[in-house]
Each structure stands twice: as C-alpha cells, then as structure tokens.
Design a protein around this ligand. Sequence first.
Ligand code: GDP
Length: 521
Amino acid sequence: EFGEDEGDESDLVVRPPVVTVMGHVDHGKTKLLDALRKANVVAKEAGGITQHIGAYQVQTEVDGEDRRITFIDTPGHEAFTAMRARGAQATDIAILVVAADDGVMPQTIEALNHAKAANVPIVVAVNKIDKPDADPTKVRGQLTEYGLIPEEYGGDAMFVDVSAKSELNLDKLLEAVVLTADASLDLRANPDQDAQGLVVEAHLDRGRGPVATVLVQRGTLHVGDSIVAGPAHGRVRAMLDEHGNELSVADPSRPAMVLGLSAVPGAGQNFIVVDDDRMARQIAEKREARERAAMQAKRRVRRTLEDFMASMEKGESQELNLILKGDVSGSVEALEDALAKIDVGDEVGIRVIDRGVGAITETNVDLAAASDAIIIGFNVRPQGKATEMADKEGVEIRYYSVIYQAIDEIEAALKGMLKPEYEEQALGQAEIRAIFRSSKIGNIAGCMVIGGVIRRNAKVRVIRDGAVVADNLDLASLKREKDDASEVREGFECGLVLRNFQDIKEGDVVEAFEMREIPRS
Ligand code: GDP
C-alpha cells in the first residue's frame, strides 16, 4: 500500500532534497524561510500572490545546472519530531540556524540531536552576520565540540555565513544544501507510478472545504486522481503551488495544496493514489480503524529496559538510546561519563541522543518516542503533559537520585541480566530458650520452633520485645540434636548460631524468611 518505489534502478530519477529549518528560538528560522521563498523571484513573477501552504520549492543554479530544493515551511524541530513520531520521515537535510551574535544555545543542541537521531545530514546557516557583534568563528568552534565539524576544519559539515535580513549568501546556502545532498544522499524516485507521499499541513477552509498540502515522495500526482490521505479520501479537484498557481501534475518532492478531500488529514500522515474513489473510501475507512487500533496497541507497548533486553536476545536491538535529564549540568556530565565507561563488549552499546538540564519536557518525550529511547531523569521530574504523553507514547522514564544506581541498572540491562526484584516470604519463627556460649563457634541458641520452618540457608532477623534488633542475618549453623539440619519444623527443638551477631538473649525470637524473585510481566 505504501513504501518503496516501483520498477527498477532505470526507472528512478533524481528528485530535489526536502529540507527542514531548525534552531534556537529567535535565531532567524522564520526570517530565513521567508527570505529564501522571496529570493526565488522567477517562479514568483510567473504566478499570483505568495502563500504559506506549509512547504515550497526554490530553484537554484549549481555548477551550471538548474536544481530544485523543497523547504518544509514550518520552522523548528517540533514539527520534524512530531512527523517522525508518526513514522514519517519527510526531511532529507536539516538546516541548523545559529545566530552569530548569540552562538550555540540549548535548542541548537536539541535540534542537532533530533537531526542526528534521524540520521539527517546537517547544513549550518550561521545567521545574522550583518550584526556588528556577530562571531561566526565562535559558532564553528562551539559546534565542533558537539561533533559537527566544519569542512574548512577537515570535517564534513558545510557552514555558510548568511544574513536572512540582508539576504546575504542565500544562494551559497542553497548550493551547500545541493552539494550535501549530492555528497551523502542518493535522492531518487520513480515519477512514473501512482503518487505516494505525506501530508505536511491541512486545515478546513471556509470556501474550499478540507485542504491539505501534500509532499509527493514518489510517483506523480494528477488532478483527477483518487487519493486516500490518512482518514480522508476524495478526487483531486485542483492543485495549487505556493504561488497560488494551478498545477496539473506534481512530481517527486513537489509540495502541492490539494482540494477535494472528504476530511482534514493530520500532518505526517501518508497519502496514496488508488484506482477510484470507491476504493479510496474503503481504504480510508479501513485505515481509520487500523490507526485507532494501532494507537491503542501503542499505548500498551512500553519501551522499557526489559523490552530492550528482549529485542537484544532476538538479535534486533544493538543500541540502547538514552535521553539524560539532570538537575545540574555537573550531574548530567557525571552520568554521561560513567555511562561511557560501561563496557559490555562490542555487540551492544549506549547512545546518548540528547541530554540537558531541567525538567523532563514533552519535547524530550517526543524525541524518545521517535527514537525508541528511554529517558533517564536524575533528580528531576516531568513537566506539563510529559508524563501523560510518555504513557500515551509508551516511553519509559526512569528516575534516579544516585548515579551508581542508574549505572548499575543500565549496565545490567546491557548485559541482559537486569537485577530481578525480590519480595520477602516469611518462613517461620523460633524462640530462644537457652544460650550456650562457645568461644570457638559463637553463642549457640537453643530454640523451639514455634511456627513454620527454620531453614539453614534462610535469612533471619532477631526480634526482642516486638522490636527488630538485628536483620538480614545468615545462619552459621543449624542443628537438630547433634546433627546438621537443612530445616527444622514447628514443634521441634534446634540449636542455631547466627553469623556476625552474638548478642542474643533468652526470650528473643529468631524469624526466618526468604527473598523470592518476583516474576516480571
Ligand atoms: P525564529 O524564532 O528562529 O523563527 O526567528 P525569527 O525569524 O522570528 O527572527 C527573530 C528576530 O531576529 C527577528 O526580529 C528577525 O527580524 C531577526 N533576524 C532574523 N534574521 C536576522 C538577520 O540575518 N540579521 C538581523 N540583524 N536580524 C535578523
């Protein structure tokens, strides 16, 4: 129904890269998206008024060739992550915007981590270089520390100094996107098949009814095609581009606003072209039911350390993705350092995909859901709807206040032997009736078992006048008459010696218990 291109290699043609702009608030994402759209004058002159339809395409010349680039017109990584959480990967390349006066900020790193988690190559737009206090070199240095190394320093990330405001170097930025796509991605699609793709944005228009901006990922979409988009279906009545021009066809990577749907689909949902509208309706109905069921199932599936172990045993998962949140940066660093030292062989590993100081946020949960990660909270708690969302998405949040405990559990999980939980099981009680002092083997308690059973290898505690005076002790010996006994039952006398506790008194009660493993469900 949805997925791979049809045909073979020879049917595939190069398609434009799809780009998302991410970065810290106020670093100029919106301004840059506006400037890039505006700079594409040729297409604009041909049509009417520029409109925001959720995505647009620009043209640029690289090495004498006309190349196109598609931009998702929603700034920020929330949209990007929300789509990924739905299983949709709309983005081929991320432009990370960093204001040259401000430098790298928390959301810069967050965006970087989101792109890395999605394996999306990054082009850095060092913005606001028109400002007198702009320091593009500092930005390069800062990002180098996060593993994003500029080409000029021998790395493989392209950095371009731009000004969205003065429209400076925008062509260089577009060129960098094309070059990055050519260097690290093989972006091709079959244009000669029924169209498939994603819904980027949708809303209910008063005059036009449901409108959805779709991104064609393979095939070619035509006016008149019967489509299913999420739970919506219909015949494509008309298509418009970002300039308000009518389109009769939309080829791979082309965003188009589609009119004629029965309902408003959600961003990140798939669309496909089918034979006729009757079929479209049937599929839409089936899809809706399936989606509802999937949502419910997802709610039940929790991504836990145990799940990770299970998938490891099946040979599926080799990497445990973690998101670390702590109260202070020192604790997060300490935790990450300690995690880095865990060594359980080459087969399995830990990948910290995001870290930060402060409460666990909805964005953290979003990323965890999209990357199958577990969130480790160190002396922090969730904020807002984060817990609710984690429950819904099946994301596990584990809380710790002691570093070694967090490390122990994660190491245990990696070794595939997470410590089981135990509960106490009472065995029996014996009352001390007489005490025989022996310097060699310790004080021997002459007892009567007054209930249950005392076992040689049980744990014991000493109770005096209703209070526990010693707990979790082992028996050094247990004898019935003169012989060693493995257990002595109610109504029988026995002699016992406690290990590491000699301060017993007549009348004390020795209580035996066992720790029993609780089966994990
Ligand atoms: P966003 O939150 O990342 O989308 O940031 P905006 O695009 O809204 O920009 C934040 C502020 O920075 C606005 O006041 C912009 O006018 C300004 N700004 C954006 N780009 C530039 C630039 O290249 N130079 C200067 N001087 N200001 C800019």
